[in-house]
Ligand binder design. Structure first.
Ligand SMILES: NC(=O)c1ccc[n+]([C@@H]2O[C@H](COP(=O)([O-])OP(=O)(O)OC[C@H]3O[C@@H](n4cnc5c(N)ncnc54)[C@H](O)[C@@H]3O)[C@@H](O)[C@H]2O)c1
Length: 277
């Protein structure tokens, strides 16, 4: 039997939409290495008010796809609804962990949303409205703070735990794909990582890191955003070609490993794209 990295520790995995989500690769790898997962999906909860029929149908389908994928790929694991656009949903999730007696040894933040990207077309930054800017910032960056806040408030996040979120090189540079609005949220996510690494490290021994990953079209978000040509360009520029979801999963596992002292890092899992001029 191979040496296991985990000994039953539990990790919260956000951001699974279906079996092709990056978060799913991470969840599978945690289980393969002796850990447990609690998975959250975006769906309708009692906390949602005045949802349109269209929004309700979208959220219901999203949650069904999430549950089917989790069952198929991970078997019987704990699942819950989490909509980070509602503070009350994050709080209710943390409370549900207390009720179930589940303590969390870390979490993966794999959540992003940007309505200024539609069918691979990106709105110029000059045209982005305040609502579009703030919604993207709230869902894709601020939510990292709020998840950590409520898990701490209810004493669910264990001492020495590890948090990891997902970003890309566009947080720092204009790249093969003009992300614009979401790039700014990713820059905020990275800065939040550094500030939280200081606060949570001192308070709870908790590590906080972020990984910039290669473009990946397999997921819903990736497919809605990227063109094949983006992957070709980044693959050619990167000395090792584009990194794959398993490369990402291995790095997250490494950062989740108990008793490490790696924190506040902005890591690259990108085949070396970032070193090129
Ligand atoms: N695909 C890529 O090329 C790529 C590259 C680098 C980083 N990333 C990042 O990886 C993460 C996961 O993306 P992915 O490519 O696996 O796509 P994905 O579509 O599988 O995952 C995005 C997730 O965000 C969730 N989400 C959106 N709004 C939410 C809300 N209000 N509350 C809770 N969850 C919400 C969606 O339900 C979905 O599960 C994102 O942060 C993304 O920016 C993706």
């Amino acid at each position: 039997m191979k040496n296991q990295i985990f000994n039953g520790e539990a990790f919260l995995i956000t951001g699974i939409a279906d079996e092709h989500s990056l978060a799913m690769y991470v969840a599978k790898e945690i289980i393969a290495n002796g850990g447990n997962v609690v998975c959250t999906g975006l769906g309708v909860s009692s906390l949602h008010k005045d949802l349109s029929e269209k929004a309700t149908a979208f959220l219901n389908k999203n949650y069904k796809d999430f549950q089917n994928a989790v069952k198929k790929e991970l078997g019987n694991v704990e699942t819950a609804i989490l909509d980070v656009s509602l503070d009350a949903s994050i709080e209710a999730f943390a409370q549900s962990m207390v009720e179930k007696g589940i303590k969390i040894n870390g979490f993966l933040h794999a959540i992003a949303m940007d309505k200024t990207i539609r069918q691979k077309e990106v709105k110029p930054l000059l045209e982005v409205t305040k609502d579009e800017f703030c919604d993207t910032m709230e869902i894709s960056a601020y939510s990292l703070i709020r998840i950590a806040h409520y898990l701490m408030k209810y004493n669910v996040l264990q001492q020495g735990s590890s948090i990891c979120s997902l970003s890309y090189i566009a947080a720092a540079k204009v790249t093969f794909h003009p992300y614009r609005n979401i790039s700014i949220a990713k820059a905020a996510l990275e800065r939040i990582t550094i500030e939280l690494a200081d606060e949570l490290g001192r308070k709870n021994g908790t590590r906080v890191n972020v990984i910039r990953f290669s473009p990946y079209m397999g997921s819903k978000a990736g497919n809605a955003t990227l063109h094949e040509s983006d992957l070709e360009i980044s693959g050619e520029v990167s000395p090792l070609g584009n990194a794959l979801p398993m490369d990402l999963a291995h790095e997250v596992i490494h950062l989740f490993r108990p008793n490490s002292r790696i924190t506040g890092e902005i890591r690259h899992v990108d085949g070396g794209y970032n070193i090129m001029g």
